[in-house]
Design a protein around this ligand. Structure first.
Ligand code: BDR
Ligand code: CA
Length: 313
């Protein structure tokens, strides 16, 4: 089968970085057409820089990296330096990128790419707030029916929230954008906290990255060492969840994951539950399903895939 063409929309972020590395290590299954950076974990200037650092770490300075939106659609930006560090990519010491940003706006790249390819052949992989994707949909509604699938990390149901008691970070940062995406009618697959909280980087799994004894292996181990400190303390768990790589792993080995096709709506008004993903898991409404909400992952299989693929870089 031909490699699946994707655009990764991202706010690196150590876990975004690992998701991007996994995609770039898997050219038989995934063709990365470009990266679009969005403001999220840290401001846009840093996410756009970090995306290029990751491409260069993977030896792929040819991947176009575009800067996208620098703030949510209609509220102030909330960032997460308390998790990811001041740079967003704290942990390993990595050189500043030499590759320049691609000319143009990330939103236009998304629109132009979807219009330039046959309908149903380009998948969007958002790993951060959905600002770029929703802005593209608002600007060019015709792209919705051209998208093959949107496979995103965001939201939660039983796990509820990580940035507020009710909301997951990516959705909380730009709930209006998430609302537009979930109402768009696109084919959506969601990796919520319910599944990413099972993808824990235990010491044993992180040792396997380090044992690759390569630039990438050490960088990934040092990235997870860094953000683990915060999550281990918060959750009292054996390791931190590796959220965003669930998206790119799904494209390579979907059989590692399972979930339910349910109705998902976004809270955009209540200050108490702003950004909550209300998923009709038990089918108690007659609202039509709009997203495949993933709930389970074969965690050992996931880490095996990740380690094997990172070894190729
Ligand atoms: C999500 O928020 C970010 O901090 C991570 O990169 C991930 O995309 C998890 O809630
Ligand atoms: Ca992210």
């Amino acid at each position: 089968m031909a490699a699946r063409k994707i655009i990764i929309d991202t706010d690196p972020g150590q876990d975004d970085a690992v998701a991007i590395l996994l995609a770039l290590a898997s050219p038989d299954e995934i063709e990365v057409l470009g990266l679009t950076a969005v403001a999220g974990n840290v401001p846009l200037e840093l996410t756009a820089k970090n995306a290029r650092i990751v491409c260069e770490l993977a030896g792929r300075p040819d991947i176009p990296v575009y800067a996208g939106c620098d703030r949510p659609m209609n509220r102030e930006l909330v960032t997460a330096e308390h998790v990811h560090g001041k740079t967003g990519l704290d942990g390993p010491v990595l050189p500043d990128p030499e590759m320049p940003l691609a000319d143009g706006h990330g939103v236009d790249f998304i629109i132009d790419t979807l219009r330039a390819h046959a309908p149903g052949t380009v998948t969007l992989c958002p790993l951060g707030p959905l600002t770029n994707i929703a802005t593209a949909i608002e600007k060019a509604p015709d792209i919705v029916e051209r998208v093959q699938q949107i496979v995103l990390m965001g939201g939660a149901y039983f796990e509820v929230g990580n940035i507020t008691p009710a909301a997951e970070f990516n959705i909380y940062v730009d709930p209006q954008a998430a609302d537009i995406v979930f109402k768009s009618g696109a084919d959506i697959v969601v990796m919520p906290l319910d599944v990413t909280h099972d993808a824990l980087v235990t010491p044993h799994r992180n040792d396997a990255f380090r044992a690759l004894d390569s630039k990438v292996g050490h960088a990934v181990a040092e990235m997870t060492d860094f953000f683990e400190r915060f999550d281990k303390e918060k959750y009292g768990s054996d390791g931190a969840p590796l959220h965003d790589p669930c998206v790119t792993a799904y494209l390579i080995q979907p059989e590692l994951f399972s979930g339910r096709f349910v109705n998902v709506q976004i809270e955009t008004r209540s200050p108490l539950t702003m950004g909550m993903t209300v998923a009709d898991w038990w089918g108690v409404t007659d609202h039509p399903p709009n997203a495949l909400f993933i709930s389970d992952v074969d965690a050992d299989g996931f880490f095996k895939l990740l380690t094997e693929r990172l070894a190729r870089l």
